[in-house]
Design a protein around this ligand. Structure first.
Ligand SMILES: [Zn+2]
Length: 247
């Protein structure tokens, strides 16, 4: 799977071999955890992405609603369950604290999927959990988890460029609707990917729906091959590419 691939909820659950009913899934798979996020207007939690740094700020989750109990949005997000075990908030909070104190050498690795549309998700890649805070918000306390994107080495594949993580959600939603959830070249609705024009080849265009489109895996790959033949210098490194993208 590549960053900005589009995947149905069913396929996502199948690909992870895990029941992803919850948004926060600590240690679900060997070696990594999973966060499901949403930046949509009606999203239940206030997740956010700093588009300059790529830092993901993921909000912790509320306690479940108990019959006769308070509205979960009015009480502090819990660190522990009533039985005294750690909630998902607690597990991730502890992982961040242990990393900051040096108790654990490596940060928790978290795979992130973002909701684009009902039943439609976009893969955002791997992130590292480097900090967590419990902060006041609307008269209660909520957790905020800070994640930075893992910058993989570029292995001759355009999909690994870090800027593709920065296609804003409103652009993704607009593109999804405009292109009807299909590859603009062949109309396939399988293995879709958000394809972004190389901005510096076009004089540095910003990320708008006009330069993003849906392509299937086959047509995305054909495009990557073409770009590689004309822009070999692009593969100098992620930093260089990110620099050109931002400036
Ligand atoms: Zn196609």
């Amino acid at each position: 799977m590549k960053v900005d691939d589009i995947i149905s909820y069913t396929k996502m659950v199948h690909a992870e071999g895990a029941n992803l009913q919850r948004g926060m899934n600590y240690g679900t798979r060997k070696g990594y955890s999973i966060f499901l996020m949403s930046l949509r207007k009606n999203a239940p939690y206030a997740d956010a992405i700093d588009e300059k740094t790529g830092t993901l700020i993921y909000e912790g989750h509320d306690q479940p609603h108990y019959a006769g109990g308070p509205d979960p949005k009015t009480v502090d997000q819990p660190l522990q369950t009533p039985k005294g075990t750690w909630t998902e908030n607690g597990k991730f909070f502890r992982a961040a604290a242990d990393f900051k104190s040096g108790l654990r050498k490596k940060p928790e690795l978290i795979k992130v999927y973002e909701k684009i549309h009902d039943g439609i998700w976009s893969y955002k890649g791997f992130f590292e959990l480097f900090d967590a805070q419990l902060i006041p918000s609307n008269g209660r306390k909520v957790f905020k988890f800070y994640l930075k994107p893992v910058e993989k080495k570029i292995l001759g594949r355009i999909e690994e460029l870090p800027h593709t993580r920065l296609i804003p959600t409103h652009v993704k939603v607009e593109v999804w609707k405009r292109d009807g959830g299909k590859c603009v070249t062949c109309g396939s609705d399988k293995n879709l990917h958000y394809d972004h024009d190389i901005p510096f080849a076009k004089g540095g265009s910003s990320l708008t729906a006009a330069n993003v489109r849906l392509l299937c895996a086959k047509h995305n790959l054909e495009k990557s091959d073409k770009i590689m033949s004309v822009l070999p210098w692009l593969y100098v490194g992620a930093e260089t590419a990110a620099h050109f993208h931002r400036n």
